[in-house]
Design a protein around this ligand. Sequence first.
Ligand code: B4P
Length: 190
Amino acid sequence: MINIIIFGPPGSGKGTQSQNLVEKYKLDHISTGDIFRREIKNQTKLGLEVKNIIDEGKLVPDELVIKILGKAIEECSECNGVVFDGFPRTQNQASELDKMLALKDQSINVVISLEVDDDELIKRLLKRNLESERTDDSEDIVISRLKIYHEQTKPLVEFYKEKGLYRPIRGIGSIEEIFDRICQEIDKLV
Ligand code: B4P
């Protein structure tokens, strides 16, 4: 059983590399962003509640995120482990995740942090904006998402460094090169 957090700013490749990890190590994938986008698409109560927040690039309130995460964890209780993609994004979310996993006698084994500078992130997300239906990749929203990342999510780096779980990975290069770097860290644990 291996539980991995893929950590990093918007556009750092979290979703992309999570898919690769899930395939290679046969893990479950919990992406809070994907869950919210699905709920929005299906026009559920939760989807309607979070649509404007996501469109504006803000963080969904912790209570809502923690609730959907609890449900997602319950749904993958028989698996080899989980890739947490885009979660946690606040200190409160990180503490709640530890508590939820402890109830199942589990913990986070490693935090893979994709390191990419802001200029490259903006470039990637504006490129995606031209190609996908994502409503939160326009230039002003991307800049606001990056600001929120630096203010509210990046402080978690210290939290995971203190726990000895933090592994910085250079997130520039081809998707395959970056995946190789990630696998070198994961292979030390499996
Ligand atoms: P997410 O879905 O997590 O979106 P993201 O941060 O942009 O990451 P994503 O996984 O999509 O992009 P990736 O880096 O893979 O969150 C969306 C929103 O949901 C948040 O803004 C927030 O409102 C809400 N939300 C989600 N979780 C939350 C939480 N826990 N708490 C509160 N709110 C929450 O890829 C970006 C682009 O780069 C892609 O186009 C990809 O093709 C490209 N790319 C990847 N690797 C590359 C490489 N090596 N070189 C060049 N391009 C690359």
